[in-house]
Each structure stands twice: as structure tokens, then as C-alpha cells.
Design a protein around this ligand. Structure first.
Ligand code: SF4
Ligand code: SF4
Ligand code: SF4
Length: 297
């Protein structure tokens, strides 16, 4: 009897161990809430939601920091899908972030006007622009998400947004045939849209990784150069070039601006005239700073 109990106990233990091992070895990664939200977003990467891309917006929604109605490219259908996933109320699209466009757009460059400044390449979140400095640029239409982020930086306004060609209207007069063909084209369009958004996500993530790697390499290169210089001239104090010079300049401007924003020590009991004077000075500083930055036309 005892032997049987011991044998069964041993077998149960062994099975337990085997199941535990299998659980770890063949673990299937479940989709996180962020992944599931991200999968419903259109992957246009346009930043109209005020986040740096679809994934950051998905993270903000998952953390309860952003409502589900800030994505104009996704429109109402995305809001409904998000509400269904998160079991929350369906909201109207917040048009403060932009209007939903029924017909998707794609960018096109008037190549004869392009001066090859590369600014659009740097702005494109999915690397859909081809070109080199001082050479004509062109857009890979299949990869363009229509985010419009390349429009503002172009100094010669040679980029336009044009509607993507829609499939032809069914010529048949028989309602059933019309219905069948319309449904078939809708399914095809949805499948293509899903395929394209998956590809845009991959391209966006790849670009983010590439930019990060480039930043790290640049920092490493500056550090090596600085150490070599320090070795060559041990008495000399070599400037810390590991800091990005553009970033450092921006920090200096920010500090200067903060210093300018310092308010007078006593701001209570001001007369109307004093208050007006402060407001006028603030306004003048603001205009001067914008003029210097070339923002005011
Ligand atoms: S498509 Fe644009 S607005 Fe919508 S989530 Fe992505 S980045 Fe935000
Ligand atoms: S080409 Fe322009 S519109 Fe198209 S994805 Fe790139 S930045 Fe967006
Ligand atoms: S930003 Fe305009 S001018 Fe510059 S490379 Fe792009 S399309 Fe050409």
C-alpha cells in the first residue's frame, strides 16, 4: 500500500516538474493591452494625436492618460473598435486633432522643383522617401502613409498630397452582382489596409531603432575623439564633445529664455499701468524671439 502511494506521489511530482518545464519552455507570449490597442490604430504615424506615433498613443491609452478619440486617420471605426476592446463608452472623434479623411492620401514630389535639401527624408516617419543631398527626391507611394509630416519642412513647397486611386465602379446593372463586387472590393481594401499598417509599424520601429543606434554611435565617436585629443595634449582641457552640440545650444537657449521669464520680485498690488507695462514687455520679448527664430513672416 505504502509503495503504491509513494509511486503515485513520485509520478505526480514528475508530471508536475514536466508540466512546469513545458510551461516555461513553450510559453506563448500573450498580447499586452498596448499591443492590442496598437494593432487597432492605423499606423499612419502622423502625430495628430499629439503623441510621437501610434505606439506612444497606444501606451497613453493603456495607462488611462489619453482618451480613445484622438486619432483622425483611424476615424470613428477605430474609436468603436477601441471602445469594444477596452469596454468603455464610444466617443465622437475629437476634431481638434483633425478631420477624418474618407479617401486616403499619398504624397507626391514635383521632382523638377526639388532642390535636394533632404529635409523631407528626415521628417518621414516610415522612410518612404528616396533621395540624396542636392539630388532629386522621390516618394515610394506604396510605403507612404499619408501622414503629411514631410510638407512643412519643404522649403520650396514641392510636395503635394493626392488621393490614392480607388477601384473602378462596378459596371453591372444587376443589384446582386453589384453587391457581391462591392463586398469583395471592400474585403480586399480592408486586407490591404491591414497589411500596409503592419508594414508601416515595422518600418516606423526600424527607423526608431536606426536613429537610436546612430545617436549612440555619434556619441561614442565623439567620446573616442575627445579621449584621443586628451591623450595627445594632456595639459589641455579638452571640451566634452560627447554632448550633442545642437542639443547643448538648445539647452542654452532654453536657460536664457527661462532667465528672461523671471518675474519682478513683488507682483502683488500692481497698478493697472504697471500690469500693462509688464504685458507689453512680455509681448515684445515674444515677438523679438519669434523674429530671431524666423517664425514671424
Ligand atoms: S495614426 Fe496618427 S493620430 Fe492616429 S494614433 Fe497614429 S500617430 Fe496618432
Ligand atoms: S512621404 Fe510624406 S506623407 Fe508619406 S509617409 Fe513620408 S512623411 Fe508621411
Ligand atoms: S524637402 Fe522638398 S526640396 Fe527638400 S528634398 Fe524634400 S522635396 Fe526636395
Amino acid at each position: 500500500m505504502l509503495t503504491a502511494i509513494l509511486t503515485i506521489g513520485l509520478m505526480v511530482g514528475l508530471f508536475g516538474l514536466a508540466l512546469g518545464y513545458a510551461g516555461i519552455r513553450f510559453k506563448v507570449e500573450g498580447n499586452s493591452v498596448v499591443d492590442q490597442i496598437d494593432a487597432l490604430l492605423p499606423q499612419t504615424q502622423c502625430r495628430q494625436c499629439t503623441y510621437a506615433g501610434c505606439r506612444p498613443y497606444a501606451e497613453a491609452i493603456a495607462q488611462g492618460e489619453a482618451p480613445i478619440n484622438q486619432c483622425p486617420p483611424g476615424g470613428q471605426s477605430t474609436i468603436v473598435a477601441l471602445a469594444g476592446l477596452l469596454k468603455v463608452e464610444v466617443l465622437e472623434l475629437n476634431t481638434a486633432h483633425g478631420e477624418h479623411k474618407e479617401i486616403p492620401l499619398v504624397a507626391i514630389i514635383a521632382e523638377q522643383s526639388c532642390i535636394g535639401c533632404t529635409l523631407c527624408i528626415q521628417a518621414c516617419p516610415v522612410d518612404a522617401i528616396l533621395g540624396a543631398a542636392k539630388h532629386m527626391h522621390t516618394i515610394i507611394a506604396d510605403e507612404c502613409t499619408g501622414c503629411e509630416l514631410c510638407l512643412p519642412p519643404c522649403p520650396v513647397d514641392c510636395i503635394d498630397m493626392v488621393p490614392i486611386k480607388q477601384s473602378a465602379v462596378c459596371p453591372s446593372q444587376i443589384p446582386l452582382v453589384q453587391y457581391y463586387r462591392a463586398t469583395r472590393s471592400k474585403i480586399r481594401a480592408l486586407t490591404q489596409a491591414r497589411f500596409k499598417s503592419d508594414r508601416s509599424r515595422t518600418r516606423f520601429e526600424f527607423r526608431e531603432k536606426r536613429l537610436l543606434l546612430k545617436k549612440q554611435l555619434d556619441e561614442e565617436r565623439r567620446r573616442i575623439k575627445r579621449e584621443a585629443l586628451q591623450k595627445k595634449h594632456p595639459q589641455k582641457k579638452v571640451a566634452d564633445t560627447t554632448v550633442n552640440p545642437v542639443q547643448a545650444a538648445l539647452e542654452r537657449v532654453r536657460a536664457k529664455k527661462q532667465a528672461l521669464d523671471v518675474k519682478p520680485g513683488s507682483t502683488t498690488d500692481l497698478t493697472t499701468a504697471q500690469q500693462k507695462q509688464i504685458e507689453q514687455t512680455d509681448k515684445r520679448r515674444h515677438v523679438t524671439s519669434r523674429t530671431r527664430q524666423g517664425i514671424v513672416k
